[in-house]
Design a protein around this ligand. Structure first.
Ligand SMILES: [Zn+2]
Length: 343
């Protein structure tokens, strides 16, 4: 019997600070209540330190760089081009992170659109900006706020993107933060990678693009707590709830979302569940995700050691998995590995 294989990828939504309407980010968040928006990049002074948490352990990161056709446009690509190219040349992957937002003149806010024609245009415009600035095409994507529709999936596939990791199985949201974003539905999606149908992004079909859901292990408790958190998103009640939830080991996340804000209790369970899956099936694919801006503590304005420790502990935990060959990969490498050997 060959040794079971655990293929691991860490993907990062690499963009500006969280919006200032996300609890805790009032002072340091980006202002999306203006057109043009006022984008805050202050987390980026710790980008090298964040990367060192992975790179020190020779773990590649898939940096999914924020591009859209408003409010951010290609600001990130132009501001950080040299750094992005340096990361790419040393083995990290540079993919794309697209938010499907439009300016609502009535509300005077940037909000997520659900118009399929406009979603398609945003994907095409964003990939074009990416290629024009960096000189190569992205192979990997995660959509902003986990957004997905048939129009978006088809547009990603037409643009030659090999893999999307926006899916979070068993979750849906009709809009958080006063209904302005986080509109998505991944209720029916399989938990294992699949090539989607062009008529139904949640069902297996024959598109070339691969959907690789973020690894997940939802419990009844995390689902109930997640519904409660969604209910209070954007309110100060949530800010008060977070430290208490950490003490009680509660997290609204059943997926591999690496965050300094909630209890890390799900990570051990996820890692051991995927190690078991590798033993059972011969191979398993573990995909985690995080926001680069979480390296900044919005209360102190300096780096957040809890986040650094969280990442270090996760990598340490994975290295301790017994009798399994662990291979760290970029997201597009992971998709190629899956396509070569679907499980
Ligand atoms: Zn985002």
């Amino acid at each position: 019997m060959p040794t079971p294989e655990l293929c691991v990828a860490f993907t990062c939504d690499t963009e500006d600070n969280h919006p200032n309407y996300v609890p805790g980010w009032k002072n340091l968040g980006s202002d999306y209540e203006k057109n043009p928006a006022v984008i805050n990049w202050s987390w980026s002074k710790y980008w090298w330190k964040l990367r060192e948490c992975f790179n020190g352990k020779k773990v590649p990161v898939t940096w999914l760089i924020r591009v859209d056709n408003g409010p951010v446009y290609d600001q990130m690509l132009t501001l950080f081009r040299d750094r992005i190219m340096e990361f790419k040349s040393s083995g990290d992957e540079i993919g794309i992170h697209i938010h499907t937002w439009s300016w609502d003149p009535t509300l005077s806010k940037w909000v997520q659109t659900t118009n399929p024609d406009y979603e398609t245009k945003i994907v095409f415009d964003s990939v074009e900006l990416f290629k024009r600035n960096l000189g190569f095409a992205p192979l990997s994507v995660r959509m902003g706020w986990n957004a997905m529709s048939n129009a978006i999936m088809r547009a990603l596939d037409t643009n030659g993107i090999l893999v999307d990791a926006s899916a979070i199985p068993e979750t849906a949201s009709s809009g958080k933060f006063g209904k302005r974003d986080n509109v998505y539905n991944w209720c029916r999606v399989p938990s294992t990678p699949y090539h989607p149908s062009s008529d139904d992004y949640q069902s297996p079909g024959s598109m070339r693009i691969l959907e690789m859901p973020i690894s997940s292990l939802f419990s009844k408790e995390s689902k109930l707590f997640g519904a409660l958190v969604n209910r209070f998103s954007g309110t100060s009640v949530l800010v008060k709830l977070v430290p208490l939830a950490r003490q009680l080991n509660l997290t609204p996340h059943g997926h591999f979302y690496i965050t300094p804000w909630w209890s890390p209790s799900v990570y051990d369970k996820l890692i051991s569940a995927y190690a078991k899956k590798a033993h059972r099936d011969g191979i398993a694919f573990l995909i985690g995700t995080f926001h680069a801006c979480d390296i900044l503590d919005p209360k102190t304005g300096i780096e957040n050691p809890i986040f650094e420790r969280c990442i270090t502990d996760i990598i340490e935990e994975i290295s301790l998995v017994n009798d399994v060959n662990v291979t760290y990969m970029t997201l597009s490498e992971l998709s190629k590995r899956f396509n070569a050997n679907p499980s």
